[in-house]
Design a protein around this ligand. Structure first.
Ligand code: C5P
Length: 393
């Protein structure tokens, strides 16, 4: 609940700005007080009057009008959280540069409150290296992101760049303001399969759905942690408030995990491919009439869990997963030693765990083993998140 919390909403220029009005309604319905700042771009898409009516407050849109009362400092101090939704490509660039050319820019520099950003832009603008660099530098400064989502745009195009739905943005605000036990902690979680390319159109992968890892990321976020979820290809949406980094191969996953450090804990739930094709063909392999089938030579992939376990920036708690079909606990104990991690969540995959909704796990630590009963993956995640929180108490 957001009862009594003060949220400053900065609305910048995007056709998706109408969703900001719905976000205000959701936040106020939970008891939050919302004040809005409209940028010049934002004013092209929603009116000051609509925002004033829906927030029930005066809407600020002019640095100089507010200056007599040093409005930017007052608003920056008033807020428990600052939410930029939608955040245009230009607004992200201004934030990354620390430009204070308008009221929103001044507030974003002056505030000490946590900042949540919900980007909205054309997929090509989102994919541009300049935007990626701006996002990376904002994340490094602790700015939280929700979305963007992958889906249809206002223009006849589709791809990542869609503003998150109001409900997701409201979830992310709740996580940002959480008083949960993991507040302020940064956790890296891996999830899903990896895809190892054979040639430009073929790959080797596995049946991991990513459900368990995504559920763990969501459970930790709900406890107030800042979560970076490094995920292979899945059909799942990013849990609200979680920073999702999508990768394909094991090597990309390792690079993304190392880039996400430092972290307080890392939880490796991904089903990483042990091997990749040694030489990825640059052109599609041809099936020539009468020719024999090709032989693929494999190379060992890096072990991400083992690498992070002995990393110079090793998180205090490193948790691995072990999918086993027999001697589950015994193998998990050996894995704990071999990989140098602190805990292993050993799951019995002799049933339909991959893609299924339920899981039976054993939590193997250096001091003992806990056998958890069969339960939904969401509950495994909640329990594990609670154990992680207890570790940091
Ligand atoms: O050795 P095994 O694949 O059974 O280990 C499973 C654990 O190690 C999981 O936590 C998995 O995410 C992690 N792992 C990894 N990098 C690999 C292989 C496994 O991080 N290349």
């Amino acid at each position: 609940m957001l009862q009594g919390r003060k949220i400053l909403l900065i609305v910048s220029g995007s056709v998706a700005a109408f969703k900001a009005l719905m976000l205000v309604r959701l936040l106020r319905a939970e008891g939050a007080a919302v004040r809005a700042v409209l940028t010049a771009g934002g004013a092209r898409f929603v009116t000051k009057e609509a925002l004033a009516a829906i927030t029930g407050e005066h809407v600020s849109d002019d640095l100089w009008a507010a200056e007599a009362e040093i409005g930017h400092i007052r608003l920056a101090r008033w807020a428990d959280a600052v939410v930029v939704a939608p955040a245009s490509a230009s607004r992200l660039a201004q934030m990354a540069q620390g430009l204070a050319e308008d009221l929103a820019g001044c507030i974003l520099l002056a505030t000490r409150a946590p900042v949540l950003v919900a980007p909205a832009m054309n997929p090509a603008m989102w994919a541009h290296a300049a935007t990626a660099a701006n996002v990376a530098s904002l994340k490094a400064r602790g700015v939280r992101f929700v979305g963007p989502e992958d889906g249809p745009m206002a223009e006849p195009e589709s791809g990542p760049g869609r503003l998150s739905e109001p409900e997701q943005m409201a979830d992310a605000v709740r996580s940002l303001l959480s008083d949960g036990p993991m507040k302020g902690r940064h956790i890296v979680v891996t999830a899903g399969p990896t895809q190892e390319p054979i040639d430009p159109v073929r790959y080797i992968s596995n049946r991991s759905s990513g459900k368990q890892g995504y559920a763990i990321a969501a459970a930790l976020s709900a406890l107030g942690a800042r979560v970076t979820l490094v995920s292979g290809p899945t059909n799942l949406a990013a849990p609200a408030g979680v920073a999702l980094v999508r990768i394909e191969s094991a090597r990309d996953m390792l690079a993304a995990c190392e880039a996400a450090l430092p972290a307080d804990a890392a939880i490796f739930a991904a089903a990483v491919a042990d091997w990749r094709v040694a030489q990825e063909a640059t052109q599609k392999l041809k099936k020539e009439p009468g020719a024999a089938a090709p032989t693929l030579t494999m190379a060992l992939n890096p072990d991400i869990l083992a690498t992070v376990s002995k990393h110079a920036q090793r998180p205090r708690l490193v948790v691995g997963f072990a999918a086993e079909t027999e001697h589950v606990v015994e193998h998990a104990r050996q894995k704990l030693e071999r990989k140098g991690c602190d805990w292993i969540v050993a799951n019995d995959v002799s049933g339909d765990v991959f893609g299924g909704e339920r899981n039976t796990v054993h939590l193997v630590t250096r001091t003992g083993v806990e056998d958890w009963p069969e339960m939904p993956k969401g509950e495994v995640a909640t329990r594990l998140a609670a154990r992680v929180a207890a570790f940091f108490q």
